[in-house]
Design a protein around this ligand. Sequence first.
Ligand code: ACO
Length: 376
Amino acid sequence: MTTVAGLENAVAAQTRLSHVDGQAGELIIAGYPLEELAPNATYEQALCLLWQGQLPSRAELEAFQRALRRERALPAVTGYILQQAAQAKLPPMDALRMAVSTLPVTDPNAQDNSLEANRLRALQLAAKAPMIVGNYWRMLQGKEPLDSKPELSQAGQFLYLIHGKQPDPAFEKALNAYWVTVIDHGLNASTFAARVITSTLSDMYSAITGAIGALKGPLHGGAPGPALDMVFEIGTLENAEPYLRKKLEAGERLMGFGHRVYKVRDPRADVLAQAAQRLFDRAGDRSLYQLALGVEQMALRLLEEYKPGRSLQTNVEFFTALVLHGIGLESPLFSAVFAIGRMGGWTAHVLEQLANNRLIRPQSQYVGPLGRRWQS
Ligand code: ACO
């Protein structure tokens, strides 16, 4: 038996959903290169691609969008829990995790774990996630929650809740590009958590609740907020080197850099850097974008100096922060906005695991004491 710390390089599932090539820096989503899908597909099209294996025709997409929009309303108990969470000022990821756990209350077939019942649940979870996070953000600001506007897309609906007005089409396009970019990414930690829970034949709500908990951590989906805070704290290009050196000398990690699988630049970083550039060009103020590029270059140089040979490159979170800031979102929201996008991947993995299930149950290597005897 060999123990592999962090299961590095272990292959624990077969999937048709996405392929991550860490050496080539490639991400394939159900056959499509990310660079082609992200700027062109809507999040709804990407959901169809993952759940049904192919992009929908125009008629199929329209029917799918209608079905999704019908499922947006939240149960009353979910609203109540969100109000309580807002009073306690819990982070949006905690609120999302708690809200997902309440959804079986209005699921008349909550004990039915068939693929068919779970396909409907996947649709409901994806439909409700932007409503949960968007309305929770409103509650945190002391505002009233808003209802679904059925004519709006998922991205449009979310922006409507956050900004309280008709969504800006450029913001909607950028949010679509972001959600498609992060919709799935091989057997990342949160997806693995979802598959492990599903493999016990537990239910989809439990699997998604566990996945949200895994995504919350700063080594996974919690990095973009701190990455943006770091750029703001640096403030000027001249300050980048002393600031980053101080962090690295203190043994701290630079958020938005390094990846377990990618040893070259994360392809999602390029896709999002382009989306960020479009947003900041349009706003006519490129100063934050230029500062971020300068911080990135300095960080890469210093990471090579302090951690030679570790191949630490920019990951998805660094430019996520810029895109989400560019569409007017605040950093405490970033991980939950990531979770909304990843809901597509998590639910697709749950369905894939259920369709061909085997209990995921690795072993541990015992390194504790032996030969102890009970003394009475
Ligand atoms: N800044 C500074 N040093 C780093 C960083 C970083 N961001 N990432 C890794 N290192 C160093 C480690 O300290 C270690 O140094 P050592 O060899 O001297 O001990 C070496 O590089 C290898 O690091 P590991 O911890 O073995 O790398 P691992 O594969 O476990 O970590 C991870 C990957 C967790 C993403 C890491 O790079 C990290 O903490 N990055 C910052 C957080 C972040 O951006 N997370 C988002 C990832 S993307 C996503 O999940 C969606």
